[in-house]
Design a protein around this ligand. Sequence first.
Ligand code: ZN
Length: 378
Amino acid sequence: MTTRRAAALERPLEDDPLLAGITLADLALIRRMPKAELHLHLDGSLRPTTALELARARGVDDGLDVEGMAERLVAPERCLHQADLLRAFDLPIAILQDAEALERATHELVEDVATDGTRYAEIRWGPGLHLQRGLSLRDGIAAVVAGVRSGTALVSAEGPPPIVIRLIAVALRSHDPAFNEAVARAAADAIADGVTGFDLAGPEATFPDPLLHADAYAVARGAGLGITVHAGEWGGAAQVRRALALEPWRIAHGAPAADDPALMAELVARSITLDLCPTSSLQADLCPTLADHPLPRIVRAGVPATLSTDDRTVSALTLTQEYARVRATLGLTMAELWHLDRHALEVAFLHDDEATRAGLIAEFDAFAAPEPALAGGG
Ligand SMILES: [Zn+2]
């Protein structure tokens, strides 16, 4: 029997209750739009069939069938808080403890985002979470890099231009600061392989102070990695403000900043982008309904922002669906949505290859030129 949460993975877009009222024309345009996604976690985006196959081969399947696996990987639509939501990652982490599993999961995620019309994606993962069965940081990173290469080659074989992927290494709030320095060094060693960003994530309520990891950030910054940090999944605007001390280029989430006009003004003045994920924030109980998400206030205050899924499987969500939900439920215009999409390219961690960034922006602009609905988004 297919359970309710697992069923959301298979549900046609037209049956999503959060899309009630969207016009067919808008939905069609969102589907066709080339998209860029900056906030996407590898371990939250496993295909249930693959997860089951990998789990069985590694003896960590708990006797699940594919529906049971899907139910385990998709978090409840409403969790009690962030820590509750994070439980959906336990089994993926248990599965992804060797190079083969990491490479395959990454390869398939590249395929999945390409199928959704994504032309540029940053995939992030915590290299330090995948060492339980003897993998080294270096070999774990190499496996993810290999998955990007093979996935990109496969989807690009169907015709140019190739999808572009960059990687963000995530340090964990719950990990020892000295260990996170080692993660930053290993990530820095892989810049030439496409690891271009450094992030901090994990249980924010238990480990609220990001500055404990300032030394790891210093290593990352010194090496030329793009700097981002998860903030505001717990603790409101004060936690977003706290993250600014790390001088991030971008912030993952950060939506509670909307409650603090002075903080919003500072984000504008410092050109710090919020990589927002409204559905994921709703799941983590940061707003009562999706319609209450502060994205429109953030956008209309001029705060730089982008739109992402956070986790395709944990949230049973595609990027097309998230754009459509924001259009249908939060009332952003198509032009405002397009502005978020194009802005993602402007702040992407593509500083290793500005020619590629310029090429993607030219491609997006060429798409938008004959589409009057996309004009005027600022
Ligand atoms: Zn995230």
